[in-house]
Design a protein around this ligand. Structure first.
Ligand SMILES: [Zn+2]
Length: 193
């Protein structure tokens, strides 16, 4: 899965959210490529599901919350950008899942699935967000400071490994050609005899 984002929400969290949404819909996130970006309409949002698992989720800079959505008899209320992102993402993932199953996808089906995912999300969002943020923070722990000496030591270890590998390869080649030389010496000696 590949995530690209120009949204202020942490990409690590958007990644975990995508995996979570895919699990809710029941599709694999492995080959998915999702682009999160700003919508040109400040108060609006758009989503797209292209071929080969390419999805696009765009949300406006200033959506008026609470934002009600009522399509195909499915109503829901988004309270903030997180809710909106989940709703759009789930809708597009639903299209992706329908296409992959070989069934024709339609707006009604995608909308029903996404509203269902949003309702699960709204019950669990604080727990999920907390968990994802903690994991994201743990992952970007500051690396320990390295000195030039540390780097030289690391380089020496790397070079030693590389040359040891070459020595091993050389030993194998020497064995092989020694065998060939011995063979030809024998063959040529027999021919001369
Ligand atoms: Zn749609």
């Amino acid at each position: 899965m590949r995530i690209t984002s120009s949204l202020p929400q942490p990409s690590a969290v958007l990644r975990k959210m995508t995996i979570w949404v895919c699990r809710q819909i029941g599709v694999s996130s492995r080959k998915m490529r999702v682009r999160f970006a700003r919508s040109r309409a400040h108060g609006g949002y758009t989503g797209r599901c292209y071929t080969h698992g390419r999805l696009s989720v765009r949300i406006g800079k200033a959506i008026a919350y609470p934002m009600e959505s009522n399509r195909f008899g499915q109503s829901c209320v988004c309270q903030d950008d997180w809710d909106t992102i989940v709703l759009i993402l789930a809708h597009e993932v639903a299209h992706y899942g329908d296409h992959r199953d070989g069934t024709s996808s339609n707006e009604r089906s995608a909308e029903w699935q996404s509203v269902k995912v949003l309702s699960v999300w709204q019950q669990e969002r604080y727990m999920l967000l907390a968990q994802w943020l903690i994991e994201a923070v743990a992952k970007c722990k500051k690396p320990t400071r390295t000195t030039p000496q540390d780097r030289r030591a690391e380089k020496a270890t790397k070079m030693l490994t590389a040359w040891q590998r070459k020595a091993k390869l050389a030993a194998t080649k020497i064995k092989k050609y020694k065998r060939q030389v011995a063979y030809y010496e024998k063959v040529l000696a027999a021919r001369r005899a």
